[in-house]
Design a protein around this ligand. Structure first.
Ligand code: ADP
Ligand code: MG
Length: 741
């Protein structure tokens, strides 16, 4: 690394050429469309717009198998060119037949007769555009193209017989493009940028690159965009992939180290204190996993470094109980705990179940209190007072707890239930509410494969509860494929009625509230295949289903009610309580019931339009039944065709109850971006090549290498390029965040 820059130690303005605005190296007419189409603003953004794939001049894309209405790129030869004037309008059409030997395709250009000069028969090139049908023949209207310069090859071939072969084997990068911004316009912009690029630093230190056999960053950027051979771009891609993993782990591990370095109050339970009393009244014994995770947490709490731990465990594995024991350990020293739930319904339910589990004496002493956005002014004042006075040792709420008006006397522990719904920033806001940074415990029922946990929650320690408490009766799952078996629709309700006749209760989950509207806040789009999104069939809705079930002969006399996100908190609460008390038989709901709702008598979960939900959502929904001593039944009703992705998700869920197995299946069925986006990576834009499912080893190697550096150089003081890359990554996540807001 050259060090001509005298100010290399200072953390001043960004010095990397990758941070230069694109407008400083490209003309506005090139830079502006790039910003508009892809949000590309800097040199670094553009150079990390990597090719989607590489075509080859010698590669003949089968023209006889062109997909209609898709954007394609074809390497072919011009066969015939015809110009003619139009019949009904002024102007002329140029029709060009191209062929790759396997098929023939017509290119059409309106009023661009001059192209006849370059599109001569025998000329070869790359053609790109959207395939449309015209009079039952396929065509590309106004395609982009780039013709191969055969003469130059022929000339150089005089002295070098291999030149022609090399040329035909040279990979052509194909970029993600839009209708107005073609792959080669992007390639040209990148070439211009690469030509002027000087002084790109390396986030990955030379020693690590050597050990891993990786290219320097500048070289990797050159070869990923302008490879001479396939092995060029493969090596480049491996190097860039490792660098992504490396910078990500550097950011996560550094954050973890910073948290650990801050001092907080150690919380150690006393003999004969709250925790001991609580364990004494528990009507069951802890599972071995609960014991073990409990010990890990106790160890964390007893230290002056703040705990930052994720507890993973299936729905019903007893995570909340483990968290409650942690809260009691903190309460011994007068410390308070805040429990954050993703919805008001869940917050209210948590409060009730905590009060019930604590029993009357401990409840009176610890005064569990609910703070949500829906309290009346008087209730709210009272609740806030209990929090700020320290009287309430356990405060339960939604993100309303993050509000400025909520203060604590001595906040010692923050428990976040179902963290994937909370952003990193929200976690941070809560952390700032303690006099010293509170310990943080995150609970999630989403089973996360190890590599994803390392990527997404790399700043957390992870505990896993695998074992379910004894006495669970299990769940049977069935797919009801209406596309093939329309008659099964009625059997769903007959089967449900049988369960009700045994004194049990049922959930019916719909993807929408009414005919048009999906449940607010539901990100259904993330899991929809394009084809499905375009399907015109209306979604099963709570309103319509409620009506049809109330008049269904099999369900005559049953009490059927609705629950969805547009009801007020009070209404939702009332319905949930009535369902928990058994005065409602069937609850027709949106996914507001997805997490945490605990009604042991509910045996049946019917999910309508099941293909509309993600794998983990379906798994969570299924976890609502079979929680008590009654066996669960889960019916996944779908109209999706057998081979569709949505149907594969549904089949995968029905095939296993093992959450970890499902998480792996889920990873394989979707794109990485969705995984990371859904789990709040907080920096999705910086992961372009890294694939969480396949690249576990790379992630682990990168993490190890970063840890070694961090051990001796915690501020990356001797690694300015790494420091800068980490800062750039944080900037990006900030930009991403602002874009969403
Ligand atoms: P989770 O939060 O993981 O979904 P909970 O902590 O809410 O699970 O526990 C689910 C149910 O199981 C609760 O009713 C709880 O009281 C009960 N439970 C927890 N631990 C045990 C155990 N070791 N043995 C029996 N029942 C348990
Ligand atoms: Mg729970």
């Amino acid at each position: 690394m050259t060090s001509t820059d005298a100010s290399s130690g200072s953390v001043g303005a960004p010095t990397s050429p990758l941070d230069a605005p694109l407008a400083t190296v490209l003309a506005p007419r090139t830079a502006t469309p790039l910003a508009k189409a892809f949000g590309i603003r800097t040199v670094g953004d553009l150079l990390s717009h990597y090719p989607r794939r590489y075509a080859r001049r010698g590669e003949l894309t089968a023209l006889d198998r062109l997909p209609l209405d898709e954007n394609v790129t074809i390497v072919a030869e011009v066969r015939e060119v015809r110009g003619r004037s139009m019949k009904n309008r002024r102007g002329n059409i140029l029709e060009v037949s191209i062929s790759d030997g396997a098929g023939i395709l017509t290119l059409t250009f309106f009023n661009q007769g001059w192209r006849e000069k370059e599109l001569r028969p025998g000329v070869r090139g790359v053609f790109a555009g959207k395939v449309t049908a015209y009079r039952s023949a396929l065509q590309l209207a106004h395609p982009d193209y780039e013709l191969f310069d055969d003469d130059s090859v022929a000339l150089s071939g005089v002295n070098d017989p291999d030149a022609g072969k090399r040329w035909s084997e040279m990979p052509i990068p194909i970029y993600p493009a839009t209708g107005s911004l073609s792959s080669w316009n992007i390639a040209k912009a990148i070439a211009t940028t690469l030509d002027g690029l000087r002084g790109v630093g390396d986030a990955v230190p030379a020693a690590v690159r050597e050990e891993q056999g990786l290219l320097a960053h500048a070289r990797a950027l050159e070869l990923v965009h302008r490879p001479q051979t396939d092995s060029d771009w493969r090596r480049a891609r491996d190097s860039l992939r490792f660098a992504e993993a490396f910078v990500l782990q550097a950011a996560l591990l550094q954050e973890r180290a910073i948290h650990r370095a801050s001092a907080t109050t150690a919380r150690v339970p006393r003999a004969g204190g709250y925790l001991e009393r609580f364990d004494g009244i528990l009507p069951f014994t802890l599972t071995a996993d609960q014991e073990e995770v409990g010990d890990e947490i106790a160890g964390d709490l007893a230290a002056t470094a703040p705990m930052n731990r994720l507890v993973q465990g299936e729905v019903g594995s007893g995570k909340t109980l483990v968290a409650l024991r942690a809260m009691l350990a903190v309460a011994e020293s007068g410390g308070q705990s805040a429990l954050l739930a993703p919805t008001e319904v869940l917050a209210a339910q948590h409060l009730r179940s905590i009060a019930r589990t604590l029993g009357p004496d401990l409840s009176a002493e610890l005064m569990p209190t609910l703070i949500t956005g829906q309290l009346s002014a008087a209730e709210r004042r009272k609740a806030l007072l209990r929090a700020v006075s320290g009287q309430s040792r356990i405060v339960v709420g939604t993100h309303a707890l993050l509000g400025e008006t909520v203060s604590f006397y001595d906040l010692g522990l923050v428990v976040i239930d179902e963290q994937h719904r909370f952003g990193v920033d929200q976690r941070e806001a809560l952390r700032l509410k303690g006099a010293t940074p509170p310990h943080v415990l995150v609970l999630t029922a989403t089973p996360i494969p190890r590599t994803v946990a390392m990527t997404v929650f790399g700043d957390l320690d992870v505990s896993v509860i695998r074992e379910l408490p004894a006495g669970r009766s299990g769940i049977e799952s069935f797919v009801v494929p209406l596309a093939e078996k329309p008659g099964w629709w009625n059997r769903v309700w007959t089967r449900t009625a049988e369960e009700l006749a045994l004194g049990r209760q049922a959930f019916v989950v719909c993807p929408a509230i009414d005919a048009k509207q999906p449940e607010e806040g539901e990100d259904l789009g993330g899991v929809l295949d394009e084809a499905e999104a375009e399907s015109k069939a209306p979604l099963a809705s709570v309103t319509a289903t409620l009506e049809s079930l109330r008049s269904h002969p099999d369900l005559a006399g049953r009490r059927i009610e609705a629950l969805h996100g547009r009801m007020s908190s009070d209404e939702k609460d009332a319905v949930m309580q009535a369902f928990a008390a058994g005065t409602i038989d069937v609850l027709v709901a949106t996914t507001v019931i997805e997490v945490g709702v605990d009604v042991p008598n509910a045996s049946t979960m019917v999910v309508l339009d099941a293909e509309r939900f993600g794998v983990s959502q379906l798994h969570q929904l299924r976890g609502r039944v079979g929680r008590g001593s009654v066996p669960g039944l889960c019916l996944l009703v779908t109209n999706a065709a057998e081979e569709s992705l949505g149907r594969q998700r549904v089949d995968a869920v029905a095939a296993t109850l093992d959450g970890f197995e499902l998480a792996q299946a889920d990873l394989e069925l979707r794109r990485e971006g969705d995984v990371l986006g859904g789990l709040q990576s907080g920096g999705r834009s910086s992961l372009r090549l890294l694939r969480v499912a396949q690249d576990g080893d790379i992630i682990a190697d990168a993490r190890r290498a970063v840890q070694e550096i961090l051990d001796v150089d915690p501020a990356f003081a001797d690694h300015p390029d790494l420091r800068e890359a980490v800062a750039r990554r944080l900037d990006e996540s900030e930009r991403e965040y602002l874009n969403k807001a």
